[in-house]
Design a protein around this ligand. Structure first.
Ligand SMILES: Nc1ncnc2c1ncn2[C@@H]1O[C@H](COP(=O)(O)OP(=O)(O)OP(=O)(O)O)[C@@H](O)[C@H]1O
Ligand SMILES: [Mg+2]
Length: 449
């Protein structure tokens, strides 16, 4: 039993109050007592009690009223009602409004032990529940998508919103920005999450193969079809189909898919009978579909069908504030995987990582960190663990390729960034007046990000 439990005894009758107080104190509980409802509420304001024993019949505030107030103000505090034998109805009433248990007067010490054991078990269950709930909330709250920048926060909201609908969503973004991650998150948050999430990379398959993969085929439909097979449009049944690289599919396939989206029926290759299908469509592309429509490579009608809602994930360089978070996330992942004890990234390196343009976005960052972890021989990742950064750093500080004015601009920018654009502090460091610094910022066309 948990002797750290804090108990408050509330009874106007001195004898009952004292005997309870002594019993709990002797058992080692941290115990206090109060002679009225008001006194009890005052004590509750100062201290958290785990359990209260409350007499039902008290002058002034009744045990009932106190119970109601406590359940409202301190829902985690367990309340055991004490009532006279013969008023069991009111005890039941009290249980209905939230009492954990009741004691009938007169009671014996072993009854108290029993009640305490029960309360202890209840507390244990509710704290386990809170723990598990917390874990679950973490999972359902985009635990695997890292990023706290404004643009990512907006994306989280969008995911929640579109997950509540069944509308087709088109996810846009450069390679490695996390399009598939977002698609999965939408599926997991949606009502279809008990059904499959089926990702298909349209760019990786030639047209004929994509067709048989999606629609399925009957035995003998084409040479080599030695048995019948369900296509993904059937397999996904009830779930979410994620068509990655949708910009790559042929005009014919666009027409076929458009029909499926409109009729919710398919025919397997080599079959005439139609089969009902039910799925939600998510798609993604790194191409500009607008351009493809202009040049006649993508159908307007299909575009409107798949693009009821779009989510655009900005490239990593446009949310550089997320880079340290991501870098540390991947550091933890790969130092854990390789069981290497690497726990930090030095400050200068982090700055370079933040300033790098990351053409391969998050995937490139992940690969860079993985490689650095594998090769590093110290507990801290440093610039020389990232070969590609070193060439940039030596280039950018090579005075041969920079004019004096560029050098000035770069230096001012670095100091401003390091000091979060605090003008007084930066001016101090640069050894100029605030007015001069303001002039320099203007002349160099610099802007606070
Ligand atoms: N915000 C993020 N937090 C954590 N990991 C991320 C994040 N974004 C991307 N990743 C990781 O980066 C890798 C690439 O992500 P994903 O496959 O979702 O990108 P994509 O946009 O679909 O890329 P492509 O266009 O090349 O298909 C994955 O390993 C993914 O887990
Ligand atoms: Mg992808």
């Amino acid at each position: 039993m948990d002797q750290n439990m804090k108990i408050l005894v509330v009874d106007d009758e001195l004898v009952v109050r004292e005997s309870l107080y002594h019993w709990f104190s002797r058992e080692g509980y941290d115990t206090e007592s109060a002679a009225s409802g008001n006194e009890a509420l005052q004590k509750l304001e100062q201290k958290n009690f785990d359990t209260m024993f409350v007499d039902m019949k008290m002058p002034g505030m009744s045990g009932f009223e106190l119970l109601e107030k406590v359940k409202q103000l301190y829902p985690d505090t367990a309340v055991v009602i004490i009532t006279a034998y013969g008023s069991i109805d009111s005890a039941i009433q009290a249980m209905k409004i939230g009492a954990s248990d009741y004691l009938l007067k007169p009671f014996k010490p072993d009854q108290l032990s029993l009640v305490m054991e029960k309360i202890f078990q209840q507390n244990k269950i509710s704290s386990e529940y809170r723990y598990l709930k917390g874990q679950l909330d973490k999972i359902t709250r985009f635990d695997n998508i890292i990023g706290e920048s404004d643009s990512m926060t907006k994306i989280y909201t969008l995911i929640e919103e579109v997950a509540a609908t069944d509308a087709p969503v088109l996810i846009l973004g450069e390679t490695g920005t996390g399009k598939e991650l977002v698609a999965k998150a939408i599926h997991v948050k949606s009502l279809r999450n008990n059904f499959p999430f089926v990702p298909i990379n349209c760019g990786a398959l030639p047209d004929s193969l994509l067709e048989s993969e999606l629609f399925g085929y009957n035995k003998g439909a084409f040479t080599g079809a030695s048995h019948s097979r369900k296509g993904f449009l059937e397999v996904v049944s009830g779930g979410t189909l994620f068509l990655d690289e949708i910009g790559e599919i042929s005009q014919k396939m666009q027409v076929d898919l458009l029909r499926v989206l409109e009729e919710k029926k398919i025919t397997r290759l080599g079959q005439t009978q139609q089969i009902d299908v039910d799925f939600r469509l998510l798609s993604a592309t790194r191409q500009n579909l607008g351009d493809k429509i202009q040049t006649g490579h993508f159908r307007n009608d299909f575009f409107y069908r798949i693009n009821v809602i779009d989510i655009e994930i900005p490239p990593l360089r446009e949310r550089a504030d997320d880079i340290p978070l991501l870098a540390y996330h991947f550091l933890e992942k790969y130092s854990h995987e390789t069981t290497k004890k690497i726990d930090t990234i030095d400050k200068t390196t982090l700055k370079y990582l933040k300033n790098y343009h990351w053409p391969g976005n998050v995937r490139e960052l992940e690969n860079a960190i993985e490689r650095a972890v594998v090769l590093s021989k110290s507990r801290t990742l440093a610039l020389n663990d990232f070969g590609f950064l070193k060439t940039i750093s030596s280039q950018s500080f090579d005075s041969n390729v920079l004019t004096l004015r560029d050098m000035e601009k770069r230096h001012i920018k670095n100091i401003l960034q390091d000091n979060e654009w605090n003008i007084s502090r930066s001016a101090d460091i640069l050894g100029v007046s605030r007015a001069t610094l303001h002039r320099m910022i203007k002349r160099q066309n610099m802007e606070k990000p």
